[in-house]
Design a protein around this ligand. Structure first.
Ligand code: PLP
Length: 413
């Protein structure tokens, strides 16, 4: 698939037609899917790639010399190349295929952080992290006596960059930051943070789960040390993802998971391990899922990530203005630089009740803490309602959403 030139106007209706599920009805209404930050829908090319793999090529990877084994291995390894291009990694050997962001961050926690941390050390994250970029660090802190700290944010939902930098003391052995917040939509200034970390010799991990579907990603330009993403938010299958890490880090990291595929030689008294990235890929992976992820990456590239970002920026502006016109609605997350995520509260209405009533109208939004308890604590709320958009969403859907909010509010009194 070749990329559509930037000059060709983006047509969300044309893209929608590529997603079979978006044509369905929910509770007697056309589906409006605004839960993309949770998981994105899959284009036909992804569904067909998974289907074709099982119909025509299914075999295990890196084990069999037969034709199917070779086909499966080359299809699987081709996705490593695609991911390397997708994030502009210097080498395909720096791409570890994981089940998602959660496994990617845990790999860094157990293979990189755990062997290095000692009592008195610190790991620095931010108040706007997903639990996936909090809990693994807490677990390794408990085992080492290190401490997890979080840099503060402003009420608008922007990271206090100066405070983050001040907190990068010599005690800090690793920093972690979300590229795009799954609750606030805030796009963090990763380049600046990476520069500050590098100047102090502190490795920086970036959680790119919510950035990858919305923004072009260039790990070399960002200057970070680790970048994690998950395939299912990127229009690919669940159970797929990636950890990119600088070669020198991977080379120095012991394996965290043991088993088949990650060894050079196993003796009962001692095992030697494969080189990275295979050292971190024990066991049989989600082969068909990765083949589907490869198709998703091709699909996204064929639209063009700059075009996606430009369209979503425009749609976000439209949706923000529309929601601001709703009386009693309070937006949570009004950073200057945002991706297409809108969290909000409405006076007198519980987020879960609203989400249930909206579902009756065929509108899928998420209510809850969004796996970001510390952020909810910061705002002093138990939950928000979140509408998260993708390039296949339209202004007409935003209008229908706002009209539905007005109707369901009346029902709630
Ligand atoms: N980080 C962020 C910012 C997320 O939004 C999510 C998913 O909601 C994750 C991490 C975890 O991703 P996964 O469950 O696919 O590993």
């Amino acid at each position: 698939m070749s990329a559509v030139p930037q000059s060709v106007p983006f047509d969300p209706l044309r893209q929608r037609a590529d997603f079979p599920l978006l044509a369905r009805q929910v509770n007697g209404n056309p589906l409006i899917y605004f839960d993309n930050a949770n998981t994105a829908q899959k284009p036909r090319v992804v569904i067909e790639a998974v289907d074709a793999f099982y119909r025509e090529h299914n075999a295990n990877v890196a084990r069999a010399v037969h034709t199917l084994g070779a086909e499966a291995t080359s299809a699987y390894e081709a996705v490593r190349d695609k991911l390397a291009r997708f994030v502009n990694a210097p080498s395909r050997d720096e791409i570890v295929l994981t089940s998602g962001t959660t496994q990617a961050i845990n790999t860094v926690a157990y293979s990189f952080a755990l062997p290095r941390l000692k009592s008195g050390d610190e790991i620095l994250v931010t108040t706007m992290e997903h639990h996936a970029n909090i809990v693994p660090w807490q677990l390794v802190c408990e085992r080492t006596g290190a401490t997890l700290k979080a840099a503060p944010i402003t009420p608008q939902g922007e990271l206090m960059v100066e405070r983050f930098i001040q907190m990068l003391t010599p005690k800090v052995k690793l920093a972690g930051v979300v590229h795009v917040s799954n609750v606030l939509g805030t796009v963090n200034p990763v380049r600046d943070l990476a520069k500050a970390c590098r100047a102090r010799g502190i490795p920086l991990l970036v959680d790119g789960s919510q950035a990858a579907p919305h923004l072009p990603i260039d790990v070399q330009a960002l200057g970070c040390d680790f970048y994690a993403l998950t395939g299912h938010k990127l229009f690919g299958p669940t159970g797929t993802g990636m950890l990119w890490a600088r070669k020198e880090h991977l080379a120095a990291m012991p394996p965290f998971f043991g088993g088949g595929e990650m060894i050079r030689e196993v003796r009962i008294d001692k095992t030697t391990f494969a080189d990275p990235p295979h050292r971190f890929e024990a066991g049989t992976p989600n082969i068909a899922g990765f083949v589907g992820l490869g198709a998703a990456l091709d699909y996204v590239e064929s639209i063009g990530r700059e075009r996606i970002a430009a369209y979503e920026h425009e749609l976000l502006g439209y949706a923000t203005a529309a929601l601001k016109s709703v009386p009693g609605l309070r937006l949570i997350g009004t950073a200057q630089h945002k991706a297409a995520v809108l969290s909000f509260l409405i006076d007198g209405a519980h987020a879960h009740d609203l989400a249930t009533l909206l579902d009756n109208e065929g509108i899928a939004v998420r209510s809850g803490h969004h796996c970001a308890h510390p952020l909810m604590q910061f705002y002093g709320v138990p939950a928000t309602l979140r509408a998260s958009l993708a390039f296949y969403n339209t202004r007409a859907e935003v209008d229908a959403f706002v009209a539905a909010i007005a109707r369901v509010r009346k029902l709630l009194g």
